[in-house]
Design a protein around this ligand. Structure first.
Ligand code: SF4
Ligand SMILES: [Zn+2]
Length: 359
Protein backbone atom coordinates (compact mmCIF):
# COMPACT_ATOMS: atom_id res chain seq x y z
CA UNK A 1 0.00 0.00 0.00
CA UNK A 2 1.48 3.40 -0.85
CA UNK A 3 2.33 5.56 2.13
CA UNK A 4 0.68 8.94 2.45
CA UNK A 5 3.27 11.72 2.54
CA UNK A 6 4.26 13.18 5.94
CA UNK A 7 2.37 16.42 5.22
CA UNK A 8 -0.96 14.63 4.99
CA UNK A 9 -0.27 12.89 8.27
CA UNK A 10 0.26 16.21 10.00
CA UNK A 11 -1.90 15.93 13.10
CA UNK A 12 -5.49 16.96 12.49
CA UNK A 13 -5.03 17.84 8.82
CA UNK A 14 -5.63 16.25 5.42
CA UNK A 15 -5.99 12.47 5.44
CA UNK A 16 -5.26 12.30 9.13
CA UNK A 17 -8.30 14.44 9.88
CA UNK A 18 -10.46 12.55 7.37
CA UNK A 19 -9.42 9.20 8.81
CA UNK A 20 -10.12 10.30 12.36
CA UNK A 21 -13.67 11.33 11.46
CA UNK A 22 -14.25 8.20 9.38
CA UNK A 23 -13.11 5.91 12.22
CA UNK A 24 -15.56 7.58 14.58
CA UNK A 25 -18.44 7.23 12.12
CA UNK A 26 -17.68 3.59 11.35
CA UNK A 27 -17.37 2.70 15.03
CA UNK A 28 -21.15 3.24 15.26
CA UNK A 29 -21.78 0.05 13.30
CA UNK A 30 -23.04 -2.85 15.32
CA UNK A 31 -24.06 -5.56 12.87
CA UNK A 32 -21.94 -8.67 12.41
CA UNK A 33 -22.10 -11.11 9.53
CA UNK A 34 -21.80 -14.82 8.87
CA UNK A 35 -18.42 -15.60 7.21
CA UNK A 36 -20.00 -18.55 5.31
CA UNK A 37 -22.48 -16.32 3.48
CA UNK A 38 -21.59 -13.88 0.68
CA UNK A 39 -22.58 -10.28 1.31
CA UNK A 40 -24.73 -10.37 -1.83
CA UNK A 41 -25.16 -12.29 -5.08
CA UNK A 42 -27.25 -11.51 -8.16
CA UNK A 43 -27.72 -12.24 -11.86
CA UNK A 44 -27.62 -9.51 -14.50
CA UNK A 45 -26.21 -8.73 -17.92
CA UNK A 46 -23.22 -6.54 -18.74
CA UNK A 47 -21.52 -4.91 -21.67
CA UNK A 48 -18.01 -6.34 -22.22
CA UNK A 49 -15.46 -5.80 -25.02
CA UNK A 50 -16.90 -9.06 -26.50
CA UNK A 51 -20.52 -7.89 -26.38
CA UNK A 52 -23.35 -8.12 -23.86
CA UNK A 53 -23.07 -11.16 -21.56
CA UNK A 54 -25.14 -12.76 -18.82
CA UNK A 55 -23.35 -12.18 -15.53
CA UNK A 56 -23.17 -13.56 -12.01
CA UNK A 57 -22.11 -10.86 -9.56
CA UNK A 58 -20.73 -11.90 -6.19
CA UNK A 59 -19.90 -9.68 -3.24
CA UNK A 60 -17.60 -11.87 -1.18
CA UNK A 61 -17.35 -11.18 2.49
CA UNK A 62 -13.60 -11.14 3.14
CA UNK A 63 -13.15 -9.17 6.31
CA UNK A 64 -13.14 -5.83 4.59
CA UNK A 65 -10.75 -3.33 3.21
CA UNK A 66 -7.48 -2.43 4.95
CA UNK A 67 -7.88 1.20 4.03
CA UNK A 68 -11.36 1.25 5.54
CA UNK A 69 -9.89 0.13 8.85
CA UNK A 70 -7.53 3.08 8.80
CA UNK A 71 -10.52 5.35 8.25
CA UNK A 72 -11.36 4.84 4.62
CA UNK A 73 -13.17 6.66 1.87
CA UNK A 74 -15.77 9.31 2.58
CA UNK A 75 -18.60 7.62 0.66
CA UNK A 76 -17.90 3.93 1.36
CA UNK A 77 -20.15 2.04 3.73
CA UNK A 78 -19.07 -1.41 2.60
CA UNK A 79 -16.91 -2.03 5.63
CA UNK A 80 -20.07 -1.93 7.71
CA UNK A 81 -21.01 -5.17 5.94
CA UNK A 82 -17.76 -7.01 6.57
CA UNK A 83 -17.00 -9.70 9.09
CA UNK A 84 -16.08 -8.35 12.51
CA UNK A 85 -12.51 -8.62 13.60
CA UNK A 86 -10.64 -9.59 10.48
CA UNK A 87 -10.05 -12.28 7.97
CA UNK A 88 -12.22 -15.06 6.61
CA UNK A 89 -10.80 -18.59 6.23
CA UNK A 90 -10.21 -20.46 2.98
CA UNK A 91 -13.07 -22.89 3.73
CA UNK A 92 -15.51 -20.15 4.62
CA UNK A 93 -14.71 -18.23 1.42
CA UNK A 94 -15.28 -21.37 -0.66
CA UNK A 95 -18.58 -21.92 1.19
CA UNK A 96 -19.57 -18.43 0.05
CA UNK A 97 -18.73 -19.36 -3.56
CA UNK A 98 -20.89 -22.51 -3.20
CA UNK A 99 -23.84 -20.41 -2.01
CA UNK A 100 -23.40 -18.26 -5.14
CA UNK A 101 -23.23 -21.27 -7.45
CA UNK A 102 -26.44 -22.67 -5.94
CA UNK A 103 -28.11 -19.29 -6.39
CA UNK A 104 -27.10 -19.36 -10.05
CA UNK A 105 -28.22 -22.96 -10.54
CA UNK A 106 -31.63 -22.15 -9.07
CA UNK A 107 -32.23 -18.86 -10.89
CA UNK A 108 -30.37 -18.83 -14.20
CA UNK A 109 -30.92 -20.78 -17.40
CA UNK A 110 -27.29 -21.90 -17.39
CA UNK A 111 -23.82 -20.92 -16.18
CA UNK A 112 -23.14 -17.21 -16.78
CA UNK A 113 -20.20 -16.54 -19.13
CA UNK A 114 -19.25 -13.51 -17.04
CA UNK A 115 -18.35 -13.68 -13.33
CA UNK A 116 -17.80 -10.53 -11.30
CA UNK A 117 -16.31 -10.74 -7.80
CA UNK A 118 -16.20 -7.75 -5.49
CA UNK A 119 -14.99 -7.99 -1.91
CA UNK A 120 -15.71 -4.60 -0.35
CA UNK A 121 -11.93 -4.28 -0.50
CA UNK A 122 -9.35 -5.92 -2.75
CA UNK A 123 -9.73 -9.46 -4.05
CA UNK A 124 -6.02 -9.44 -4.95
CA UNK A 125 -4.93 -8.43 -1.42
CA UNK A 126 -3.66 -11.70 0.03
CA UNK A 127 -4.70 -10.63 3.51
CA UNK A 128 -8.30 -10.74 2.24
CA UNK A 129 -8.09 -13.68 -0.17
CA UNK A 130 -5.00 -15.89 0.18
CA UNK A 131 -3.16 -17.34 -2.83
CA UNK A 132 -4.64 -20.83 -2.27
CA UNK A 133 -8.20 -19.49 -2.21
CA UNK A 134 -7.54 -17.27 -5.22
CA UNK A 135 -6.32 -20.26 -7.25
CA UNK A 136 -9.25 -22.44 -6.13
CA UNK A 137 -11.68 -19.73 -7.25
CA UNK A 138 -9.85 -19.37 -10.60
CA UNK A 139 -10.25 -23.12 -11.11
CA UNK A 140 -13.91 -23.15 -10.08
CA UNK A 141 -14.75 -20.56 -12.73
CA UNK A 142 -12.27 -21.86 -15.32
CA UNK A 143 -15.15 -23.01 -17.57
CA UNK A 144 -16.49 -19.42 -17.93
CA UNK A 145 -15.35 -16.79 -20.44
CA UNK A 146 -14.51 -13.76 -18.40
CA UNK A 147 -13.97 -12.76 -14.77
CA UNK A 148 -13.94 -9.30 -13.20
CA UNK A 149 -12.11 -8.95 -9.87
CA UNK A 150 -12.14 -5.86 -7.69
CA UNK A 151 -8.80 -4.59 -6.41
CA UNK A 152 -6.91 -1.48 -5.44
CA UNK A 153 -4.03 -0.87 -7.88
CA UNK A 154 -1.26 -1.74 -5.38
CA UNK A 155 -2.14 -5.43 -5.43
CA UNK A 156 -2.21 -5.92 -9.21
CA UNK A 157 0.72 -8.06 -10.32
CA UNK A 158 1.50 -10.42 -13.13
CA UNK A 159 1.32 -13.72 -11.18
CA UNK A 160 -2.10 -12.98 -9.72
CA UNK A 161 -3.46 -12.17 -13.18
CA UNK A 162 -1.99 -15.29 -14.77
CA UNK A 163 -3.72 -17.47 -12.10
CA UNK A 164 -6.88 -16.58 -14.02
CA UNK A 165 -5.65 -16.22 -17.59
CA UNK A 166 -3.92 -19.64 -17.35
CA UNK A 167 -7.38 -21.11 -16.71
CA UNK A 168 -8.44 -19.70 -20.09
CA UNK A 169 -10.35 -16.78 -18.60
CA UNK A 170 -10.22 -13.21 -19.77
CA UNK A 171 -9.36 -11.42 -16.50
CA UNK A 172 -10.44 -7.84 -15.84
CA UNK A 173 -9.41 -5.99 -12.72
CA UNK A 174 -11.94 -3.47 -11.49
CA UNK A 175 -10.11 -0.56 -9.87
CA UNK A 176 -11.98 2.02 -7.80
CA UNK A 177 -10.03 4.95 -9.20
CA UNK A 178 -13.00 7.29 -8.48
CA UNK A 179 -11.49 10.22 -10.44
CA UNK A 180 -8.41 10.89 -12.55
CA UNK A 181 -7.76 14.09 -10.54
CA UNK A 182 -5.41 13.35 -7.64
CA UNK A 183 -6.54 16.39 -5.65
CA UNK A 184 -10.20 15.29 -5.78
CA UNK A 185 -9.32 11.65 -4.98
CA UNK A 186 -7.26 12.68 -1.98
CA UNK A 187 -9.29 15.56 -0.57
CA UNK A 188 -12.90 14.68 -1.44
CA UNK A 189 -12.79 10.86 -1.47
CA UNK A 190 -9.94 10.34 1.03
CA UNK A 191 -8.42 7.63 -1.15
CA UNK A 192 -4.66 7.41 -0.81
CA UNK A 193 -3.29 6.37 -4.21
CA UNK A 194 -2.41 8.43 -7.28
CA UNK A 195 -3.43 8.31 -10.93
CA UNK A 196 0.14 7.15 -11.62
CA UNK A 197 -0.52 3.98 -9.53
CA UNK A 198 -3.58 3.29 -11.68
CA UNK A 199 -1.49 3.77 -14.84
CA UNK A 200 1.09 1.28 -13.45
CA UNK A 201 -1.63 -1.32 -12.83
CA UNK A 202 -2.93 -0.77 -16.38
CA UNK A 203 0.51 -1.31 -17.87
CA UNK A 204 0.93 -4.53 -15.82
CA UNK A 205 -2.40 -5.77 -17.20
CA UNK A 206 -1.50 -4.66 -20.72
CA UNK A 207 1.55 -6.95 -20.58
CA UNK A 208 -0.51 -10.04 -19.68
CA UNK A 209 -2.37 -11.63 -22.57
CA UNK A 210 -6.13 -11.64 -21.93
CA UNK A 211 -5.97 -9.27 -18.94
CA UNK A 212 -7.41 -5.76 -18.78
CA UNK A 213 -8.57 -3.00 -16.45
CA UNK A 214 -12.01 -1.63 -15.74
CA UNK A 215 -11.90 1.79 -14.07
CA UNK A 216 -14.65 2.65 -11.57
CA UNK A 217 -15.28 6.35 -11.24
CA UNK A 218 -17.34 8.19 -8.64
CA UNK A 219 -19.66 10.85 -9.95
CA UNK A 220 -19.97 13.72 -7.45
CA UNK A 221 -17.92 12.96 -4.37
CA UNK A 222 -18.72 15.24 -1.40
CA UNK A 223 -17.51 18.86 -1.48
CA UNK A 224 -17.84 19.27 -5.27
CA UNK A 225 -20.68 21.30 -6.76
CA UNK A 226 -22.76 19.76 -9.56
CA UNK A 227 -20.88 21.56 -12.41
CA UNK A 228 -17.49 20.75 -10.84
CA UNK A 229 -18.47 17.09 -10.52
CA UNK A 230 -19.61 16.95 -14.16
CA UNK A 231 -16.40 18.58 -15.40
CA UNK A 232 -14.27 16.27 -13.27
CA UNK A 233 -16.07 13.17 -14.65
CA UNK A 234 -15.77 14.20 -18.29
CA UNK A 235 -12.03 14.78 -17.98
CA UNK A 236 -11.58 11.61 -15.88
CA UNK A 237 -13.31 9.43 -18.47
CA UNK A 238 -11.20 10.95 -21.23
CA UNK A 239 -7.98 10.39 -19.30
CA UNK A 240 -8.83 6.77 -18.40
CA UNK A 241 -9.83 5.92 -21.95
CA UNK A 242 -6.41 7.13 -23.11
CA UNK A 243 -4.53 4.69 -20.84
CA UNK A 244 -3.55 1.50 -22.63
CA UNK A 245 -4.91 -1.59 -20.83
CA UNK A 246 -8.06 0.23 -19.60
CA UNK A 247 -10.89 -0.92 -21.88
CA UNK A 248 -13.97 -0.02 -19.80
CA UNK A 249 -14.96 2.88 -17.58
CA UNK A 250 -17.84 2.45 -15.15
CA UNK A 251 -18.95 5.88 -13.97
CA UNK A 252 -21.12 5.54 -10.92
CA UNK A 253 -23.08 8.25 -9.16
CA UNK A 254 -22.31 8.60 -5.47
CA UNK A 255 -25.11 7.32 -3.26
CA UNK A 256 -25.55 8.00 0.43
CA UNK A 257 -24.53 4.93 2.43
CA UNK A 258 -24.88 4.50 6.18
CA UNK A 259 -21.86 5.07 8.44
CA UNK A 260 -20.09 7.40 6.04
CA UNK A 261 -19.06 11.04 5.96
CA UNK A 262 -21.37 11.53 2.98
CA UNK A 263 -24.26 10.35 5.19
CA UNK A 264 -23.36 12.91 7.88
CA UNK A 265 -23.21 15.69 5.29
CA UNK A 266 -26.47 14.60 3.66
CA UNK A 267 -28.22 14.50 7.03
CA UNK A 268 -27.16 18.12 7.65
CA UNK A 269 -28.24 19.30 4.16
CA UNK A 270 -24.65 19.56 2.97
CA UNK A 271 -24.78 16.98 0.22
CA UNK A 272 -27.10 16.04 -2.64
CA UNK A 273 -26.37 13.00 -4.85
CA UNK A 274 -25.94 13.96 -8.52
CA UNK A 275 -28.80 14.66 -10.88
CA UNK A 276 -29.52 11.87 -13.36
CA UNK A 277 -29.37 14.64 -16.00
CA UNK A 278 -25.71 15.08 -15.04
CA UNK A 279 -25.07 11.36 -15.53
CA UNK A 280 -26.78 11.45 -18.93
CA UNK A 281 -24.85 14.60 -19.89
CA UNK A 282 -21.47 13.04 -19.01
CA UNK A 283 -22.32 9.88 -20.99
CA UNK A 284 -23.35 11.98 -24.00
CA UNK A 285 -20.22 14.12 -23.84
CA UNK A 286 -17.88 11.13 -23.65
CA UNK A 287 -19.68 8.81 -26.07
CA UNK A 288 -16.85 8.99 -28.60
CA UNK A 289 -13.94 8.01 -26.31
CA UNK A 290 -12.01 4.86 -27.14
CA UNK A 291 -13.45 2.78 -24.25
CA UNK A 292 -16.77 1.30 -23.23
CA UNK A 293 -18.40 3.75 -20.81
CA UNK A 294 -21.23 2.52 -18.59
CA UNK A 295 -23.07 3.74 -15.51
CA UNK A 296 -25.30 2.01 -13.00
CA UNK A 297 -26.99 4.52 -10.73
CA UNK A 298 -27.70 2.67 -7.46
CA UNK A 299 -30.83 3.76 -5.62
CA UNK A 300 -31.84 6.02 -8.50
CA UNK A 301 -34.86 8.20 -7.86
CA UNK A 302 -34.45 8.15 -4.07
CA UNK A 303 -33.11 10.96 -1.88
CA UNK A 304 -30.03 8.85 -1.18
CA UNK A 305 -29.29 8.01 -4.82
CA UNK A 306 -28.90 9.95 -8.07
CA UNK A 307 -32.22 11.62 -8.84
CA UNK A 308 -34.08 14.27 -10.81
CA UNK A 309 -37.60 15.39 -9.93
CA UNK A 310 -39.03 11.90 -9.18
CA UNK A 311 -41.41 12.14 -12.20
CA UNK A 312 -38.74 11.37 -14.79
CA UNK A 313 -36.24 9.29 -12.76
CA UNK A 314 -37.31 5.89 -14.09
CA UNK A 315 -37.30 7.12 -17.67
CA UNK A 316 -33.80 8.61 -17.46
CA UNK A 317 -32.51 5.54 -15.61
CA UNK A 318 -33.88 3.37 -18.40
CA UNK A 319 -32.12 5.52 -21.00
CA UNK A 320 -28.85 5.14 -19.05
CA UNK A 321 -29.26 1.34 -18.97
CA UNK A 322 -29.97 1.38 -22.72
CA UNK A 323 -26.85 3.45 -23.27
CA UNK A 324 -24.81 0.93 -21.22
CA UNK A 325 -25.76 -1.87 -23.59
CA UNK A 326 -25.77 0.03 -26.90
CA UNK A 327 -23.28 2.91 -26.35
CA UNK A 328 -25.56 5.10 -28.46
CA UNK A 329 -26.04 8.66 -27.08
CA UNK A 330 -29.22 9.19 -29.11
CA UNK A 331 -31.10 7.26 -26.35
CA UNK A 332 -31.02 10.51 -24.36
CA UNK A 333 -32.81 12.48 -27.09
CA UNK A 334 -35.96 10.55 -26.29
CA UNK A 335 -36.21 11.70 -22.67
CA UNK A 336 -37.19 15.14 -21.47
CA UNK A 337 -38.85 16.69 -18.43
CA UNK A 338 -39.62 20.15 -17.03
CA UNK A 339 -36.99 19.62 -14.32
CA UNK A 340 -34.25 19.96 -16.91
CA UNK A 341 -34.61 23.73 -16.52
CA UNK A 342 -33.87 23.42 -12.79
CA UNK A 343 -30.83 21.25 -13.55
CA UNK A 344 -29.64 23.89 -16.07
CA UNK A 345 -29.91 26.53 -13.34
CA UNK A 346 -27.97 24.34 -10.90
CA UNK A 347 -25.25 23.86 -13.51
CA UNK A 348 -25.06 27.65 -13.96
CA UNK A 349 -25.31 28.80 -10.38
CA UNK A 350 -24.13 26.09 -7.96
CA UNK A 351 -20.74 26.78 -6.38
CA UNK A 352 -18.77 25.15 -3.55
CA UNK A 353 -20.10 27.70 -1.03
CA UNK A 354 -23.83 27.53 -1.89
CA UNK A 355 -24.25 23.82 -2.60
CA UNK A 356 -26.50 21.99 -2.72
CA UNK A 357 -28.92 24.43 -4.37
CA UNK A 358 -31.67 21.82 -4.60
CA UNK A 359 -32.67 18.67 -2.76
S1 SF4 B 1 -14.05 2.58 -1.36
FE1 SF4 B 1 -12.69 0.80 -1.52
S2 SF4 B 1 -10.71 1.58 -0.71
FE2 SF4 B 1 -12.26 3.01 -0.02
S3 SF4 B 1 -12.82 2.28 2.03
FE3 SF4 B 1 -14.29 1.41 0.55
S4 SF4 B 1 -13.52 -0.61 0.03
FE4 SF4 B 1 -11.80 0.57 0.96
ZN1 LIG C 1 -38.01 15.49 -14.10
Amino acid sequence: MSTPTPEVYEQGKGMDAHNQVMREIRSEKEASYDPHQPTRVWLDEDNTPDGVKESLTIILNTGGCRWARAGGCTMCGYVAESVDGGSVSHDALLDQIDVCLSHEAENADGPAPLIKIYTSGSFLDEREVGAETRRAIAETFGDRERIVLESLPDFVDREKLTDFTDEGLQADIAIGLETATDRVRHDCVNKYFDFADFEDACSTAAEVENAGIKAYLLMKPPFLSEPEAVEDMISSIERCADVSGCHTVSMNPCNVQRYTMVDELHFRDGYRPPWLWSVAHVLEETADVDSIVVSDPVGHGSDRGAHNCKECDDLVQKAIKDFDLRQDPSVFEQVSCECEATWDAVMDLERGYNQPLTR
